[in-house]
Each structure stands twice: as C-alpha cells, then as structure tokens.
Design a protein around this ligand. Structure first.
Ligand SMILES: Cc1ncc(COP(=O)(O)O)c(C=O)c1O
Length: 442
C-alpha cells in the first residue's frame, strides 16, 4: 500500500452522484458542519436548510440525543452478523415501528437505503404470491414521474425518464399508471387537488389487459417527492386501495420521503386513511444520521412465509448491514426525539403557515405552479426555452452562494421540506430568500 498522502488532495477523483460534476468542480458547494436548521460552510457561512438535507433530517441537524446514542453504540458493538443473529435493540426498534405503522403492518425487514427497501418490497411481493400458489403474479405497476430509487427494480417501476433512459431494458413485465399531475386542472392547489382521482381508473384498464392473476403489486409514492412534490388527488389513494384489494394485488406505498412527520403522522398512510400492504421507509427513520431503511409488511404476508421446516431460511433476502447496530441506535434515539418533542404534531401545526408562505411566492418571476402539502412544497419554474434545467441550476447555485439557502432541485422545480423544528420566522426567512432569488434569476 502506498503512503496515503502520496497524492495531493484534489477535486477530480470523486464522481458526485446525481450532480452536474463539471459545473460543481468549477465552483464546489462545500458543507463542513451542521446544527439544527443550518449547514456550516468551510468559509464560515451559515446556510439555512430548506429541504432537510435530502428530506431526511426531520429533527434538525446534529441533535445531541442522536449523536450520543450513535457514539455509545459505536463503542459498545461495532457490528453483529445480520443473518441468524440479532441484537436486543433491533427488536426494540422493530416493535416501535410496528406500533407506528397503520393497520397490521407489524413486521419489518431492514435495509440501508430507500433503493434497497424498494427492491426488498418487490421481492417480498413476488415471494408472497409464489408461496400462496399464485406464482404467475409477477407483473408490477408503477406510475409516471414516480421515484423508487436507482436499482433495477426501482427504476423499472419508477417513471422519471432521466433515471431510466440510459439503462436498457430494466426488469420486464412493468406498466405505469399515468401521473396524477395536470397543471391546467390543478395549478396552485393547496394540499390534495380536486382533479385527478379518475387517473386511478387506468389501473382497471391494465388489469383488463393483463388479468389480475398476473399482477403482483402496484407501487406508488403517496406524495410523489423527487419529481417535485405532487400531492395525490382527493380520493385517488382510496381508489387504488379498492381496486387492488378487489383483485388480490398488493399495494406498496413508498414512504421514503413521506414518512416520519413530513406529510402527517409517522407514515402518510395515516393522514390519507389508506392502509397499504407494505410501506417502504428510510431517511427520517434515523434523522439521516446513519443509513437505514426498511419495509413494513402486513402480518398476513409474514405469516404466509412461515412455512416449511423450522430450521430452514424462509426468505432468501437480506443485507450484510440490515439492522446495523449504529443505525438501530440512531433509529431508537430519533423516534424518541420525535416523540419527546412532539415533532409530528408540530409539523401538522406548521402546515398552514408553511403553505401560506410558499403560496405567497405566486406571481413572482418564473413561477408556474406551487404545490404545498404537509411540510413539503414544489415550486415549478418556467424552463428556459431549449435549456430545461438551466434555470433550476442557476437557482440552486445562487441560493447557496448569494442567499445562504440550501434548497433541493428537481430539474426546474424547487422543493422545500424544512426540518420539522423550523420556526415560523425561519419559514418567513426561507420564503424571503426564495423571493429574492427568483427576482435575481435570468
Ligand atoms: C420515494 C423514494 N423511494 C426511494 C428512494 C431511494 O432512496 P435512496 O436514495 O436512499 O436509495 C427515494 C430517495 O429519495 C425516494 O424518495
């Protein structure tokens, strides 16, 4: 091994994910610390975090109880094998998650990223049908503009074209529902729009085309996040539930963004009053401090797998780091913090002032639509003709360098989703900085 300082520290080696690398490397946006509502930069600036990192830091940054829990766990047990062994704490976290999940979604499989959670849920759906003698149920139905991570199952059921177009055939046997978004019919709706539940009827058409006996599951984000925050139309999720239930098709809610207080309750299923068969989660479960994700599974799905000799593995699936001790410690401390500070309830209380602040951006230069729901909001900007994404990128750079604001970008859509500890005056600050930024954009 060569001496590790043999090569000078340089900017080239790191290939940044989901990033315009060449632009970034000309003018790097560096973050060196964080506390509560702010990132800290190496040049000493405090940058207001308007999107909870990547929608994960729901309790704010570097919260002491979580930091301490991770430190304690790291000194006590660095790793325990995830297969055939477990720590006492992983049962504690599983029980708490089962308590928080709706209906009888009372079993949990752990993974490390949202993408892995999605692959896990898809595999469980296949395995469940096979065990029950319905092995022909292999087709999946996703939705246009859906985001379910970056692995092959997830991009197959996902519907964001840039995430799919370079990667060949993906997995076969996948169809997509139409997006529920229609600007002409829904622009500037606050919360769930009135128009759009009828788009769920396309599921009936797909069942007519393939026959329900060939369909394993439908997977949707209750609120589409990464595409730019698209709330579900009134009655839409209920209709998906009715149709799937009627035809023995599993319904998977991908709550990687919408979980842990972002939209309401521990899972947005609670707010929308719809109980799916599986829920994928990640991000907020550890407040972003240690990677962790998982799938909440209905009791019947777990029970169906508990067959065969009792020495035999029931599901040939899992990850080296499923239920990692550091992630579990972070998860337990995070859930306790959410509870102790009443952050889910706090978020519901802030929903109106947050929506009012975001909606007050209507009429500012380039704004084409605003979509708040819960503590998340998409702000569509008109694209520069022939240069889709250029205005959004300009906004991202200016926000960071000129307005001390971190904001998430989806092409030409800005998305705000602040930590749930945000104060009303900080919501006002966010709004004012976005307004100033919009006025400065070309
Ligand atoms: C709904 C949804 N599913 C899956 C993922 C993938 O998560 P990860 O980036 O942790 O793989 C994301 C990430 O934003 C997401 O929003």
């Amino acid at each position: 091994m060569p001496p590790l300082d043999a090569k000078p520290n340089e900017i080239e080696s790191y290939w940044l994910p989901f990033t315009a690398n060449r632009s970034f490397k000309k003018r790097p946006r560096l973050i060196s610390g964080a506390k509560d509502m702010h990132f800290h930069t190496p040049d000493g600036r405090k940058v207001l975090d308007a999107t909870s990192g990547l929608y994960c830091v729901n309790a704010g940054h570097c919260r002491e109880p979580i930091v301490k829990a991770i430190q304690e766990a790291a000194g006590r047990l660095d790793y325990a094998p995830a297969f055939q062994f477990a720590t006492p704490e992983v049962f504690q976290l599983s029980s708490q998650l089962a308590l928080l999940a709706p209906g009888d979604l009372d079993h949990v499989l752990f993974a490390n990223s949202g993408s892995e959670a999605v692959e896990t849920a898809m595999k469980v759906a296949l395995s469940y049908h096979k065990i029950r003698g319905e092995g022909a149920r292999t087709r999946f139905i996703g939705r246009e503009r859906g985001y379910h991570g970056v692995c092959f199952g997830g991009i197959s059921v996902g519907g964001m074209v840039n995430n799919r177009k370079a990667f060949g055939n993906m997995i076969g046997g996948v169809d997509h529902l139409p997006t529920t978004y229609n600007r002409a019919k829904q622009a500037y709706a606050v919360g769930e729009p009135d128009w759009g539940a009828e788009t769920a009827e396309d599921l009936v058409k797909l069942i007519g085309l393939h026959d329900a006996s060939n369909i394993a599951a439908v997977i949707v984000e209750p609120v589409a996040g990464s595409t730019g925050c698209i709330p579900p139309p009134k009655g839409y999720l209920e209709r998906l539930r009715q149709i799937t239930e009627q035809h023995g098709i599993l319904l998977i809610f991908d709550e990687v963004i919408t979980g842990f207080g972002r939209i309401g309750g521990a899972f947005s299923a609670e707010r929308f009053g719809v109980v799916p068969d599986m829920i994928t989660f990640a991000k907020g479960v550890t407040n972003g401090a240690v990677p962790m994700s998982g799938v909440m599974v209905r009791k019947g799905i777990y029970d169906a797998h508990m067959t065969g000799p009792d020495y035999a593995v029931e599901l040939f699936h899992g990850f080296t780091y499923s239920g990692h001790p550091l992630a579990v410690a972070a998860g337990l401390a995070t859930l306790r913090l959410y509870k102790d500070e009443g952050l889910f309830e706090r978020a519901r209380g802030l929903e109106k002032p947050f929506a009012d602040a975001m909606m007050s951006l209507k009429g500012l230069p380039h704004v084409a639509d605003i979509r708040p729901i819960g503590m998340m909001c998409g702000i569509d900007l008109e694209s520069v003709p022939g240069k889709v994404g250029a205005r959004g990128y300009d906004a991202l750079e200016r926000a960071f360098f000129e307005h001390d604001l971190y904001i998430r970008l989806a092409t030409d859509t800005l998305v705000t989703a602040p930590p749930l500890i945000v104060s009303e005056s900080q919501i006002g600050e966010m709004r004012d900085r976005i307004a100033a930024l919009l006025r400065a954009l070309a």
